[in-house]
Design a protein around this ligand. Structure first.
Ligand code: NAG
Ligand code: NAG
Ligand code: NAG
Ligand code: NAG
Ligand code: NAG
Ligand code: NAG
Ligand code: NAG
Ligand code: NAG
Ligand code: NAG
Ligand code: NAG
Length: 814
């Protein structure tokens, strides 16, 4: 048996990504194509981004397909390719055509300069079957005409290489106007005979009403020592008229294009540059910026100074190795599928939010700037908690950027997408990671770059104030404070507006947001009055509980309510996977059920800070267990949707962790796999990836608290490394049983937790563990056994506090 991989990695290169860990190569375990199947016609559509990027990069370089849906540009099918572009979203919903996809390049061969097919439809090319290949930091494919495409990148720059089947002249299209949405609203391009192309364009964001302006820079003359590629001809092209955008006019020696900004009216415009090379290989260096094309060029010069492909690719691979090595397992011992899922998930959980520090075009600030909070509704549950365990250094930057958003607008950002505020889905769920940060790192916030007084004020302002339009940021606190719930059919006398739908699910999220303030108030030693006030408000979810509604024999459901207190009935199965009626369940004004992208059946389980309250409202532990069972059996559960993330673990709160152990395995094996359809829905900026990581590790984070639910891992041993504390915490599973690695573990397989010891001391709870122990650098030993009856009887253990905390029963004590 080989030594555990962790021994090879620990202490070697923790904070030094330039020293490559040859022995590890965890990057080789990442499958970048998981979740890249088409979402068309009911496909699983993970919208994962498989191109080249470093962790939390601004530049995400990848090929774009011609068919939608293609939120991340790429789909693993046989559709044609229209270009390789510089930035992408990861795993998002939003506009089905995608986000970003800016300034694509396209390689052409065997055409005469002024008649080359430069237009987006004319140039589209098919890939050779099976030609797509990727590893962290590198992507390649080959067209059926034998042109090979490769790319690798840094934070704001990178290299793209085209290898043609003949010596040329060969051509490269530099497309100014076609982002993924074809939303061009104006821009400029210049090209020089020395092969420098500068671009700037204004495009629409993919989830929100705003536009953004972005800049690019391409250089096509590498040092001769790297690559000789003489320029034969250059020029620009553009539509001859807007009414016939496919009729293109290519002008030799033309150096400039300039399209004044016009609100979305020139979106079909096609324009760009064309360069011909007397060379079989063409190397392009690019940079991106939100400030100017000069800054984009400067970013390219700074980050890829000598055009050395191996240097760039190695640095990217090393950065990924560092991220992946924060969880180590013995790959020779563990189940190969679990290992592939684990490292592929860790990879995708670290693509966004994107570090745009020094690239904030909107305000001067000494603080970090991050993009792709897309959306906090998706990411608060698992993305942020995973960062809290493995990468508080990156998380500190992200949290600081959230706080800096409040400095500008008075409210914590919710769904910043393509640098602009997107739509608010429910609560102001950025509150929860901020509360979580205060709880876990409040005493050392300054070391992580977060001013804790500002963080707290951001929470209080977001909890108290109501913006004029709470559809882009903030909450409807006028209603929340006046009623203690969100009323239906109420005209706000303050004049504040937003989409007045999703009343019930918003209220339940507002309650959790207030719990996050309560938690921060305790951790940051704010006034007892604040602690009590926000604790009280966090329990207001019960005000939207109608005990008289019955469904499938179960009583009591979350419901909408009028200002006079009367409940407004919606069928609890509305917007569930088995909804017999086609309800509108999105944000729109036609949503008349009160729940966002979920049902009352599902939201009625959503009070992570006081699950005991729900157990009580639902009629006690036994009724609760049968209700959770029924939710999965029907199913009202939709594995690809965030409001259901917690429910497989809900049995813990009814003292039945044995049922959680079985349910989590069932959810994993029925919904996740290593294929292109291996994510049950959009990856949602790493939400699914981080959820699966927690499931595999046998952990689930309790929002804005130091508790993690603990269960039965799918690994026999693993080590978690925290890059701020410098700790490595080892988990071992005594009696680990590979026969339990299936959707329905056979009777007798050792899937149940029998005991837990923390640094040699028996844990009083078999259901939860403290964050301090998860990152404390010690040894956690979990013993598993196969006796279902004994496991059911043992529950969470006998000690006081064995059940996970709930506010109503005195949990989360200061
Ligand atoms: C692409 O694949 C689909 C189904 O997988 C098939 O129907 C279609 O003919 C293929 N198209 C091409 C151009 O190969
Ligand atoms: C390019 O131009 C030459 C000379 O005008 C012509 O013979 C040739 O067919 C053209 N090639 C293409 C691909 O259009
Ligand atoms: C779009 O861009 C223009 C020019 O930058 C700006 O005036 C306008 O306000 C933007 N529109 C939106 C919706 O952001
Ligand atoms: C072709 O483009 C050039 C400049 O790039 C312009 O002067 C000319 O009018 C265009 N011709 C047509 C037919 O649009
Ligand atoms: C483009 O410029 C080059 C260099 O000045 C010149 O030799 C060539 O004739 C020009 N071509 C056209 C079509 O104007
Ligand atoms: C890149 O890494 C490979 C091994 O992974 C090594 O052979 C090569 O020398 C490295 N190149 C540079 C430029 O660092
Ligand atoms: C974000 O990027 C900036 C600029 O490169 C860098 O200084 C900073 O360390 C990055 N933040 C994190 C948390 O890595
Ligand atoms: C919250 O405060 C109100 C007003 O003081 C009180 O009526 C209510 O019982 C409190 N709720 C809880 C859960 O403590
Ligand atoms: C539930 O029904 C009972 C009996 O009809 C009624 O007295 C009670 O007010 C109802 N509760 C609510 C919250 O509507
Ligand atoms: C409360 O308001 C709703 C909606 O206007 C109405 O249908 C209901 O009868 C009212 N209930 C009472 C008790 O007035």
């Amino acid at each position: 048996m080989a030594p555990p991989l962790s021994w090879l990695i620990l202490g070697l290169t923790a904070l030094n990504p330039t020293a490559r860990v040859e022995a590890a190569e965890l990057t080789s375990l990442v499958n970048l194509f998981i979740g890249t199947a088409s979402g068309a016609n009911g496909g699983s559509g993970g919208n994962a981004f498989p191109g080249a990027a470093i962790p939390h990069a601004m530049a995400k370089v990848g090929i774009d397909v011609s068919t939608a849906p293609r939120q991340a540009g790429y789909i693993h099918d046989n559709s044609s390719i229209t270009g390789i572009s510089l930035m992408h979203d990861e795993g998002t919903g939003g506009n089905t055509n995608g986000g970003y996809g800016i300034f694509p390049l396209f390689p052409l061969t065997s055409c005469n300069f002024t008649s080359c097919p430069v237009g987006i439809s004319a140039r589209a090319a098919l890939r050779k079957a099976g030609a797509d290949a990727a590893q962290p930091g590198y992507f390649t494919t080959t067209f059926t005409n034998n042109i090979k495409i490769e790319t690798t990148s840094t934070r704001r720059a990178g290299l793209i290489r085209f290898t043609y089947p003949n010596a040329g002249p060969n051509h490269v299209v530099i497309d100014l106007t076609n982002d993924l949405q074809r939303s061009f609203e104006g821009g400029v391009l210049s090209v020089t005979s020395a092969g420098r192309v500068k671009l700037g364009g204004t495009f629409l964001q993919s989830y929100g009403p705003a536009n953004y302006t972005v800049f690019g820079c391409y250089d096509f003359q590498p040092p001769e020592t790297v690559q000789a590629q003489p320029i034969a001809t250059f020029g620009t092209y553009q539509s001859t008229s807007l009414s016939s955008p496919s009729t293109l006019n290519i002008t030799v020696n033309s150096t400039d294009l300039n399209f004044p900004w016009t609100s979305n009216s020139v979106s079909r415009e096609q324009a760009g540059a064309l360069i011909s090379f007397n060379s079989q290989t063409v190397l392009a260096r690019f940079g991106v910026s939100f400030h100017s094309s000069d800054q984009a060029c400067a970013n390219a010069e700074a980050e890829v100074p000598d055009w050395n492909w191996d240097t760039v690719q190695n640095a990217s691979a090393n950065a990924w190795e560092d991220v992946l090595s924060r969880v180590t397992v013995d790959t020779t011992v563990e189940d190969a599928t679990v290992v592939e899922l684990l490292y592929s998930s860790l990879y995708r959980a670290s693509l966004v939010p994107a570090n745009l520090t020094d690239e904030n075009p909107y305000w001067d600030s000494p603080y970090p700037f991050y993009d792709a909070f897309f959306c906090s509704w998706d990411t608060f549950r698992t993305v942020h908690p995973l960062l809290s365990i493995l990468d508080p250094i990156e998380w500190g930057g992200i949290v600081s950027a959230y706080v800096d958003g409040w400095r500008q607008t008075g409210f914590i950002p919710e769904c910043r997408s393509n640098t602009k505020p997107g739509y608010v889905q429910g609560g102001s769920d950025g509150m929860i990671p901020l509360g979580d940060f205060a709880v876990k790192y409040g005493s050392r916030a300054a070391e992580l770059g977060v001013p804790s007084d500002d963080l707290y004020q951001a929470l209080v302002d977001t909890a108290e104030n109501t913006p004029p339009d709470w559809y882009t940021v903030g909450r409807q606190n006028t209603a929340w404070k006046q009623f203690g719930y969100i009323p239906t059919d109420w005209v706000d006398p303050s004049g504040a507006t937003g989409l007045p739908t999703r009343e019930a699910s918003r209220a339940w999220e507002y309650a959790l947001g207030d719990f996050a303030v309560r938690q921060a108030a305790i951790s940051l030693q704010k006034s007892p009055g604040d602690v009590a006030k926000y604790a009280n408000r966090s329990m207001n979810f019960v005000n939207m509980w109608d005990p008289n509604v019955t469904s499938d024999g179960f009583s009591g459901f979350a419901q909408r309510r009028y200002p006079n207190g009367t409940f407004a009935f919606s069928p609890p199965n509305a917007c569930s996977p088995v909804d017999p009626v086609g309800h509108s369940c999105a944000r729109g004004s036609d949503n008349n059920v009160g729940f966002y992208e979920s049902s009352s059946w599902e939201y009625s389980f959503f009070a992570p800070h006081s699950m005991a309250t729900l157990v009580g409202l639902m009629g006690g532990p036994e009724k609760f267990v049968s209700r959770v069972d029924h939710y999965f059996a029907v199913p009202y559960f939709l594995a690809g949707n965030e409001p259901g993330f917690l429910v497989p673990w809900a049995y813990h709160y009814a003292n039945r962790p044995d049922l959680t152990a079985l349910r989590v395995r069932n959810v994993i094996y029925k919904n996740f796999n290593t294929g292109i359809g291996g994510i049950p829905g959009n990856d949602d900026s790493g939400a699914m990836a981080s959820l699966l990581t927690f499931h595999l590790l046998g952990l689930y984070p309790v929002a804005a608290s130091k508790q993690l639910l603990i269960g039965s891992p799918l690994l026999s041993a693993f080590t978690l490394r925290n890059n701020f504390f410098g700790t490595s915490t080892s988990f071992t599973v005594t009696g680990f049983d590979k026969s339990s690695l299936t959707a329905t573990p056979p009777s007798g397989s050792r899937v149940f937790v029998k005991s837990i010891t923390i640094n040699g001391q028996p844990s009083p709870s078999l259901c939860w563990i403290n964050f301090d122990d998860v990152v404390g650098g010690g040894k956690i030993e979990i013993e598993v056994f196969g006796d279902a009856t004994a496991a059911a009887a043992a529950g969470c253990g006998l000690g006081a506090g064995a059940l996970p905390d709930s506010l109503e029963t005195g949990g989360f004590a200061p």
